[in-house]
Design a binder for this molecule. Sequence first.
Ligand code: CMC
Length: 429
Amino acid sequence: MADRATIQFNDVTLELPVIVGSEQERGLDIAALRAKTGAVTIDQGFGNTASTTSAITFLDGEKGILRYRGIPIEELAEKSTFVETSYLLIYGKLPSKTELADFSRLLTRHSMIHEDMKRFFEGFPGTAHPMAVLSSMVAALSSFYPEAIDIKNREVIDITIARLLAKVRTIAAFAFKKSIGQPFIYPRNELSYCANFLNMMFAVPAEQYPMDDDAVKALNLLLILHADHEQNCSTSTVRLVGSAQTNLFASISAGVCALWGPLHGGANQEVMEMLDQIHESGESVDKWIARAKDKNSNFRLMGFGHRVYKNFDPRAQIIKRSADTILKRFGINDPKLDIAKRLEEVALKDQYFIERKLYPNVDFYSGIIYRALGIPTNMFTVMFALGRLPGWIAHWKEQIESPTARIGRPRQIYTGPTLNHYVGMEQRA
Ligand code: CMC
């Protein structure tokens, strides 16, 4: 029997069309609700609300499935590169050999930033969080490439996408160099996307950075795993800003700000700080687990729990495996990895975490690999942003190109004072 949905509100009965996705997800279309009944729906945190249809990423939180354009994340993690995955997300298919070569060439060609932009870095205090620098710089790109506002022009969109992917990597590395007081290292055209980033981060004019294939591979892996995650907080932000037909640079800058929050991308920095704190405290893991369960403690086990994954986060499983391999490969014995594993072991047996379906998420182990690559803790969320960039771009593009898209403008249920008149200063109590 075909799905049927009806809403009965007072004396109005409304039949709701059921939208069925390619993976048989069902959505009740309430577009006519307010006009027919005068009522709206309310759904704090959007736990039950699809803001859009989308053909980019499929995710099943119960089964732990994540696929970009239909391809399982496990296959991409094993076989793809970040640049190829970016193309897949943005343009909807795996590139041919020529398409990939052309795309890579574009990213290489556009990797330098305008010399005047370099001076912006001087205006930030040395203590500036690199996410503050990143969001400002991304928004500032629109002043150097004002043609980006022409969002109906296919060629402009393509070149803006290439500029953004190429330059964000340079901006991120420059932000790091500024924070440690070292000279900026320019991109080098003979290096691949990830190798170029590592070189800009760690080379100095006096000495070359010895490129390590395993480090490049690890970075590719982490960026692929972060590349998209459908309608999360930052992606929804990018789409919402884009729905006002805002240019790509400005929309992505808003996404960077959303990602910064500790409940979202900022969690990877918080996880590492938490592991450091546990290590330094010398206290048992059980004590910290007890603290995470105590509602009066204000402490949450960072890197645990997810709005959508209620079984396991496939990205966390891949990262955990590669953390072991990479630390072994670099000969690093990081006690934080042992603490993380112990936390996971204890939490997964604990009724509190079992009942609430709280599992390690993508941020739980990623910091351990970033640290092994030499990336400092305050750059972790920037790394997340670098990885999430193609996903944000793909969603912005899908939003802009949709013939049925409307400006995003949620309703509200007003709970403030009813009609209330202005009182002159002398009459106020
Ligand atoms: N530690 C302890 N308790 C937790 C945790 C945690 N990490 N996460 C959720 N809970 C409890 C929460 O207190 C609540 O308990 P109760 O039902 O007794 O009130 C219950 O589990 C449900 O939590 P919620 O906050 O209502 O769940 P949510 O879906 O709104 O939030 C979350 C999801 C990811 C924000 C949350 O799990 C969290 O704060 N985790 C820690 C931060 C983190 O790791 N964020 C990264 C998310 S993955 C990367 C990304 O996509 O951004």
